[in-house]
Design a protein around this ligand. Sequence first.
Ligand SMILES: C[S@@+](CC[C@H](N)C(=O)[O-])C[C@H]1O[C@@H](n2cnc3c(N)ncnc32)[C@H](O)[C@@H]1O
Length: 251
Amino acid sequence: MARVDYNRAAGSYDQGRAHPLHVFDEWRVRLAEHLPLGADGPVLDVGAGTGIWAEAIVAWFGLPVIALEPAAGMRAAARAKGLPSQVAIVGGDSQAIPLSGASCRAAWLSTVIHHIPDLGACAAEVRRVLQPGAPVLIRSSFPGRHDEIPLFRFFPGAGRVARTFPTVDQTVAAFSGAGFALTSLERVHEQRDGTLADWVTRVQAVRHVDSTLDTLTDEEFEAGLTTLQAAAAAGEPVPPTGLDLLVLRPA
Ligand SMILES: C[S@@+](CC[C@H](N)C(=O)[O-])C[C@H]1O[C@@H](n2cnc3c(N)ncnc32)[C@H](O)[C@@H]1O
């Protein structure tokens, strides 16, 4: 079961997670290195949510994307945005992917692995639908690697929750069981627009959309807001956010 009710969260999801494409530009550069641009078939966006990354992959590379998403509310929010025609929104779970074998050129999983009950089952399904040699690209913030997540400085309880997410070793092990091997683990930065005062508004909007903020007590959340407001009032600049890109390929 997902840590957040994404049918409830769908309406406000993009307020917290969507950014202008330039914020994600370092991801464009990394994806260009790892995606098989000359291959056939779509990129499979697993747990695609409202289609933020499906839309980016079309904009950057002009590739077809299958946006696989189990929550009807997230699929409806994605449809309402009018995604590019190259994006096919498909209902389904990563542990039983409704696609034929060897049909996709790559799999992209952005901030989703901590929601998947059986990561090994997901890995086996991803392996089945990928073409020979196709990569798996995972965007996540792994336990022990939270040093560039500014949100956790202001909301330490959110970091506590994130430390329960699958580790690098656990993720590699789950995918190894399906015949993948680690290719690389890379840090990727996002310099988000706006000021810390904008973050105050943003975190309030996404309190119940973000699986790390959602579990905080009201006291923890209020304490974090106070720290954030103080930093904003002091004119502190927005620090970059550093997430991980884990790349695996068939062994
Ligand atoms: C934090 S959102 C990430 C959405 C999108 N990938 C992004 O980065 O904006 C997590 C998404 O994973 C989906 N999800 C939850 N459990 C899943 C599962 N078992 N298989 C596939 N997707 C799942 C949720 O419905 C939700 O849309």
